[in-house]
Every structure is written in structure tokens, then in C-alpha cells.
Design a protein around this ligand. Structure first.
Ligand code: ATP
Ligand code: MG
Length: 270
């Protein structure tokens, strides 16, 4: 480990929900970008073999020479797997489909859950935030993310089955907290793909707020076509279309996230 005096102590945030297609990657990419735009030093770790966060941050497959797989299997120094992005202050550790084999190689013994936590330890002094984009599963890799993280952010899509199956995630977070990482907590729940024209979105939003109370961000992410187009251009929404409703929403989410952090710090001091 390095013995340089820490200027930063990164908060590590897993973006997780084992349900697929709920906006995890869109949130990871765009919250990270909005935080970087607020002058925070941010690292995104793509922990999904689909590699969507890597693509969405402008790192197509041929560019991904060293990846999170190499890091987890100890085939490289983590520094070698960090790529800069088009966004100032925002870096990326990419993933490729190799991650499927990596997860199998890692196995599922108790030792296998701390690999990411150990790998990112030297980076915690270099960033304000390390944001981990999880895969739609609760397998070994997502458990690694939960063990390595201080907080979990849960995106929920505003659709009828939003809360179904969520118990499984909440129980997994609780057992990781009990057995592997006592610091872990839920940072917040973010409602995604909210459609104002559809009553169902509002009903789901009310249900989620009844269930999670003030863990749910006031900011909701609207369904916005520019958000879905941006990844195919390898750009986060702030670079693809800063005037879109999607950009506004992720800037607002980042502001709310930072305000909550300030309040949490003040409460700690008081
Ligand atoms: N607010 C939004 N408005 C419109 N489209 C969106 C929005 N958020 C996400 N999408 C689109 O919905 C799809 C799923 O989003 P995303 O990839 O972020 O979900 P995910 O939870 O990471 O999926 P997976 O579980 O497969 O990793 C993508 O095509 C994305 O572009
Ligand atoms: Mg994803």
C-alpha cells in the first residue's frame, strides 16, 4: 500500500439491482459525469460483462486492453486498467465479456468476496467517488461490489413490478452488512424512466416512497429518448445533449446526492 498522505477518501458506491434494464448503467454513467462536472474526482468501475458502462463512456471493446477481469485475477496493477474519458475528472476501469469467465474462475468461497475491495484499496486516496456499475445478478461479482462499497444506490424503474423481487436485494445487502462489510448501507433509491403522461409512474412512485421513505430521492429520472441515444455515441448525456430533460435530471440527482452528503456530515459533527 502507498504511504502518501491521503487527500481523498473515496466514497465507494455500488449501483445495484438484480432486475435487468432498470437504469443502473445509465445512472452510473450520468451521475458520475455530473459529479465530475461538480469538480469531484470520479472513477467508474464497470463490473458487468455486458460492458455497457465502458461503451457509454467512450471506451469501445478494442480499446479495452486491460480490464477489471485482469485486476480481479491479479494479472495487472489496477493503475494499468484505468482509462481516462472525454470528461475531465472522470476515469473508467472497463469490462469485457471475459468477465463471465472471470466470475467462474473466482469461484464462490469466502475469500472470493473481498477481491474488489482489496484491489481498489490503493485508489481510495485518489478519488472522491468510486462508482461501481453492477450486473443484473446477485452473483459473486455483485457481492464483491457490495463488500467493496460504503453505500448502495438502487435504481427502480417506474413500472408495475418495480418492487417485486426487491426483497432479495435488500436481504442480500443485509447479509453482506452482517457478515462481510458492516459499513454497508443503502445510500438511496432513484426512480428511473418516469413517464409523466402515465398514471402508473406516479402510483409506483408513491408505493416506492411508502416503502423506502426518505431514502427515495426527490429527483426522478424521466423517460427521455436522448438518455437512450447517448450510449451509442459513447457519450454521457452532459456531452451528448446538455439541454435535454435527461441531463437536467442527472444534474439534479447529483446536486441532491451532494446536499444529502453535506447534511449527513453535519449530523455526524452535531
Ligand atoms: N431515463 C431513461 N429514459 C429512456 N431510456 C432509458 C432511461 N434510462 C435507461 N434507458 C434505456 O433503457 C435501457 C436499460 O437501461 P440501462 O442499461 O441503464 O439499465 P441497466 O439496469 O444497467 O440494465 P442491465 O441490467 O442490462 O445492466 C437502455 O437501453 C437505456 O438506454
Ligand atoms: Mg447495466
Amino acid at each position: 500500500m502507498n504511504n502518501i498522505i491521503s487527500l481523498y477518501r473515496a466514497k465507494v458506491l455500488a449501483i445495484a439491482n438484480h432486475k435487468g434494464g432498470v437504469g443502473k448503467t445509465t445512472t452510473a454513467i450520468n451521475l458520475a459525469t455530473a459529479l465530475a462536472a461538480s469538480n469531484k474526482k470520479v472513477l467508474v468501475i464497470d463490473l458487468d460483462s455486458q460492458g455497457n458502462a465502458s461503451t457509454g463512456l467512450g471506451c469501445p471493446t478494442p480499446k479495452r486492453v486491460e480490464t477489471i477481469s485482469d485486476v480481479l485475477l491479479n494479472r495487472t496493477y489496477i493503475q494499468n486498467a484505468i482509462y481516462s474519458t472525454e470528461v475531465d475528472n472522470l476515469s473508467l476501469i472497463p469490462a469485457t465479456t471475459d468477465l463471465v469467465n472471470t466470475e467462474a474462475e473466482i469461484g464462490s468461497g469466502a475469500d472470493s468476496y473481498h477481491l474488489l475491495q482489496e484491489a481498489i484499496y490503493p485508489l481510495r486516496s485518489r478519488y472522491d467517488y468510486i462508482i461501481i456499475d453492477c450486473a443484473p445478478s446477485l452473483g459473486t461479482l455483485t457481492l464483491n461490489a457490495l463488500v467493496a462499497s460504503d453505500r448502495v444506490m438502487i435504481p427502480l424503474q417506474c413500472e408495475f413490478f418495480a418492487l417485486e423481487g426487491l426483497n432479495h436485494l435488500i436481504q442480500t445487502i443485509s447479509s453482506v452488512k452482517r457478515e462481510l462489510n458492516s459499513d454497508l448501507d443503502i445510500e438511496g433509491v432513484v426512480l428511473t424512466m418516469y413517464d409523466r403522461r402515465n398514471n402508473l409512474s406516479e402510483l409506483v412512485s408513491q408505493d416506492v416512497r411508502t416503502c423506502f421513505g426518505d431514502k427515495v430521492y426527490q429527483t426522478v429520472i424521466p423517460r427521455n429518448v436522448r438518455l437512450s441515444e447517448a450510449p451509442s455515441h459513447g457519450k454521457p448525456i452532459l456531452l451528448y445533449d446538455i439541454h435535454s430533460a435527461g441531463a437536467d435530471a442527472y444534474l439534479a440527482l447529483s446536486a441532491e446526492f451532494l446536499t444529502r452528503e453535506t447534511l449527513q456530515e453535519e449530523r455526524k459533527v452535531a
